[in-house]
Design a protein around this ligand. Sequence first.
Ligand code: G4P
Length: 190
Amino acid sequence: MKELIEAILTHGKAINEDVLLVDSFLNHQVDPLLMHHIGETFAAFFRKKEIDRVLTIESSGIAPAAFTAYSLGVPLVIMKKQTSRIMTGDLIQTTVRSFTKGTEYQLTVKREFLPAGERVLFIDDFLASGEAAFGAIELVKEAGATVNGIGIVIEKSFQSGRKRLDALNIPVLSLARIRAMGPEGIEFLE
Ligand code: G4P
């Protein structure tokens, strides 16, 4: 997606060869017009999959996922990383390990918001090693629903996530695919 690649080249910063800073338009300050176009792009690509709801993980997936759900006219469900006393009832949970952040968390969703038999589109801001996506797929499976598409805003193609997801035969659309990055600059795949 040309507009996203331009935003990454103009405002993104490769902190090192693994981590891209995009906090001025994607995950701290958010560019709503860019998110609107991201939502429209995902919606156009996945519309024929007859998606029943969009699913994401708090917090940075929420902006692109919300615009996608709006464009598709379906609900957005946010998987939580932290539970609270008011989050009770029939919960589905799985453990996810973040390699980038070196942390582990419980992904939680209320079963009533992930009805069995539905077709789900999972949207996230980054794809690195794919742990978050695999956690989401696990929860959806546990709910008796199916993941019919995966939309990623920025894929770090030099990490293992994309290959691992392709092996599942679920359609994946990544709007920007980074081949390599570092102090010299950022290189994209076609
Ligand atoms: P994986 O799910 O693909 O395996 O990725 P990994 O565990 O390595 O990283 C997950 C977390 O790290 C996510 O944030 C993701 O947004 C963030 N992340 C991964 N690579 C980058 C990067 O190059 N730049 C930035 N800015 N973030 C990256 P999270 O833990 O879910 O937190 P949140 O920001 O969504 O709250």
